[in-house]
Design a protein around this ligand. Structure first.
Ligand code: GLY
Length: 359
């Protein structure tokens, strides 16, 4: 079984690794370098509360399963590569804003989690400050998910790529721009690259199965527009602060904003959600809003140094697009929007399973 995977972000890398472990010969095609887009820009919250757009019980169950798959996966990656990916069960506190719709949504999520035997609580400001003393005195009710965790996405990408590099049955090609899918007799039989990998080599990659994991670039591939639901880039800007010594210990979410302490003094503060096409910009207004929101919620961060800013394009779709497409031989693994990191491992499992089941 030969599989071409388009895109070496966290979804493509995790999928390639899972396929390789199950014995497939994998060609992983990346137009730039692995993890250079949304995957490395991501916050790395592994939560089943903070980022649910609707209180859909199926989605909550999937996120809990995805979060819980991380511990063993990270252990396996560490065993293979020796790389620490910053995985920590740090819990996540979500501050209830004054917005009644948001309060109701969080109340329902907590109830749904508890009904499934998950630990989740609605707590008042005093209880919240006993968990995270750096919270501002004006913070009132919060939703608390003590078993939610986090990972450091750039470190995770390094570990995935290091693990892939050890697999004899994986060929990772950076700088490989896919021009189109090969479609023969209604079946996808691989891809054509815009240029051959090296002089004299073919620009055609034949495959029994092809996985589209190109994130925000997925909808740009010609020939599949009618089959694939639209995937649009949703820009997210990030400000990284650094506290010495580290004080904030718990990831805090308040409305669209969040602060994720990495445990070593770095605090990842995000993020915007902007539909501005592929404009690679850090804007003054976004940095101001992120800092205002962060300092309002965690006043001590006013003393932290601003160490870095960056941005990424989340692949937005109505729902994650995972599984077989209507074209035999072609599989989707894209459109994960704000949940690509948490869903990576179970997406990889699902795709590998459906490819082997259909062979
Ligand atoms: N998962 C964090 C974000 O999308 O901003």
């Amino acid at each position: 079984m030969r599989v071409a995977v388009i895109g070496a972000g966290v979804i493509g890398c995790a999928t390639a690794l899972e396929l390789a472990k199950r014995g497939a010969e994998v060609v992983l095609l990346e137009r730039a370098v692995p993890g250079s887009e949304a995957s490395s820009a991501a916050a790395g919250m592994l939560g089943a509360g903070a980022e649910i757009d609707e209180d859909d019980p199926e989605q909550i169950e999937r996120l809990v399963r995805a979060r819980d798959a991380y511990g063993p996966w990270i252990e396996e990656l560490r065993g293979e590569t020796g790389i620490d990916v910053g995985y920590r069960v740090s819990g996540i506190l979500i501050v209830m804003t004054g917005d009644p719709v948001e309060r109701e949504r969080l109340t329902r999520i907590v109830a749904l989690q508890r009904a499934r035997g998950q630990r989740a609580e609605l707590i008042d400001g005093v209880q919240a400050r006993s968990i995270e003393p750096e919270l501002s005195a004006d913070v009132g009710a919060c939703a608390y998910f003590p078993d939610d965790s986090q990972v450091d996405p750039p470190a995770l990408l390094r570990a995935l790529v290091a693990s892939l590099a050890k697999k004899r049955n994986v060929s990772l090609r950076s700088g490989a721009v896919v021009e189109r899918m090969l479609l023969e007799g209604g079946r996808c039989t691989g891809v054509a690259l815009a240029a051959p990998p090296a002089a004299g080599q073919s620009n055609v990659v034949q495959a029994d199965a092809t996985v589209l994991a190109a994130g925000s670039w997925s909808s740009l591939l010609p020939g599949i527009e009618k089959e694939l639901a639209p995937v649009r880039p949703a820009r997210g800007q990030v400000v990284q602060l650094e506290e010495r010594p580290p004080r904030l210990a718990t990831p805090i979410v308040r409305g669209p904003a969040y602060a994720i302490p990495r445990g070593d003094g770095r605090v990842y503060c995000g993020s915007t959600v902007e539909f501005v096409g592929y404009r690679r910009e850090i804007t003054a207004g976004a940095v101001r809003d992120i800092l205002d929101g962060t300092i309002r919620t965690i006043p001590s961060l006013a003393e932290a140094s601003l160490s870095s800013t960056w941005m990424g394009f989340r692949p937005h779709a109505e729902r994650p697009l995972v599984g077989r497409s209507s074209i035999p031989g072609l599989f989707w693994a894209t459109g994960h929007y704000r949940s690509g990191i948490v869903l990576a491992k179970i997406t990889a499992d699902d795709i590998a399973q459906s490819i082997f089941a259909s062979s």
